[in-house]
Design a protein around this ligand. Sequence first.
Ligand code: DGP
Length: 113
Amino acid sequence: MSKCVFCKVVRRELSAEIVEEDDHAVAFRDINPQAPVHILVIPKKHITALDKASEEDVLLLGHLLLMANRAANSQNLTSDYRVVINTGGGAGQSVFHLHLHVLGGRAMGWPPG
Ligand code: DGP
C-alpha cells in the first residue's frame, strides 16, 4: 500500500519513534499523544481495519495484543493501561491501517468519549 502512512512507517519511509518491532508488527509512539504514554501497535500486513480482518489473521491479532502488553511494559506500565481499536470513521478511525492504541500514565475515564 504505497500511500498508507503506517505502511510507510513499516518501510522506514516515514520516521517514527519505534519502541518494539518483530517480523509481524511494529509499535511506535503516536504523533499526537492523548496520554503520557500513547503507543500504536500495527501489523506489518496492511489490514485496513479490524472489521476487515479474517480467520487467517487470528494468530496475528493475538500477536498484536501481546506486543501491546510488551510495549506498555517497556514504558513501565505493567497494568493500568488501556488498549483501543477505533474501527471505522464513525468510531474515530482516521488512519485506515489496523492499529491498537496503547494509552496509559494517567487516570482513564469510562465510558470513553
Ligand atoms: P485513529 O484515529 O484511531 O485512526 O488513530 C490514528 C492515530 O495515528 C492518531 O492518534 C494519530 C496517529 N498518527 C497519524 N499519522 C501519524 C504518523 O505519521 N506518525 C505517527 N507516529 N502517528 C501518526
